[in-house]
Ligand binder design. Structure first.
Ligand code: ATP
Ligand code: MG
Length: 138
C-alpha cells in the first residue's frame, strides 16, 4: 500500500488567500508535505491532468476553472494517505461535504471546490510524477 497522495489547492482557494489555512489544516491532521510548488497550468496541462474526465460534459468548464489562476500542488505522506485525505477534504460537492472538512469550510460549488485529492494509490503515483521530478521531492 502506498503512503502518499497528491493534492492541489485549486484557483478559487488560492485567489481567496486560503492557501495558508488549508496547509495548516492538512499538516495538523498528520500529513507531511514532501513536495510543494505554485504554478499556473496551461489548458493542455490541466486537460492532461484530468484526462479521465475528457468525455464528461463538465470537462471544458473544469479545464477553464483550473487554468483561471495559480494552483498549489503538493505531495503528502501519511499512513493510508489516499483514503484519509479524501475524508479530510469531504465530498466533491461542498453542499454534501461533512462539517469541518476542507471543502465544507472553503469550497464555493461543485466546480470551485477548493482542493483536489487523489482517488487511488495508482493515481497518486501518476499525479505526483505529473507535477514533481525526483529533484523536487523530499
Ligand atoms: P478532484 O479529482 O478534483 O479531487 P473529485 O475526485 O472529488 O475531485 P471528480 O469526479 O474526480 O471529483 O471530478 C473532478 C472535478 O471535476 C471535481 O473536483 C469538480 O471540480 C469537477 N466536477 C465533477 N463533477 C462535476 C459536475 N457534475 N459538474 C461540474 N463540475 C464537476
Ligand atoms: Mg477525482
Amino acid at each position: 500500500m502506498s503512503n502518499i497522495t497528491l493534492t492541489i489547492i485549486k484557483p478559487d482557494a488560492v485567489a481567496k488567500a486560503h492557501t495558508g489555512k488549508i496547509i495548516d489544516h492538512i499538516t495538523s491532521a498528520g500529513f507531511k508535505v514532501r513536495a510543494m510548488k505554485m504554478i499556473f497550468l496551461s489548458e493542455r496541462e490541466a486537460g492532461a491532468f484530468y484526462d479521465v474526465h475528457r468525455e464528461r460534459p463538465f470537462f471544458g468548464d473544469l479545464v477553464r476553472f483550473m487554468t483561471s489562476g495559480p494552483v498549489v500542488p503538493m505531495i503528502l505522506e501519511k499512513e493510508n494517505a489516499v483514503a484519509d485525505f479524501r475524508t479530510l477534504i469531504g465530498a466533491t460537492n461542498p453542499a454534501n461535504a461533512a462539517e469541518g472538512t476542507i471543502r465544507k469550510l472553503y469550497a464555493e460549488s461543485i466546480e470551485a471546490n477548493a482542493i483536489h485529492g487523489s482517488d487511488s494509490d495508482e493515481n497518486a503515483l501518476r499525479e505526483a510524477g505529473f507535477f514533481f521530478s525526483e529533484l523536487e521531492r523530499f
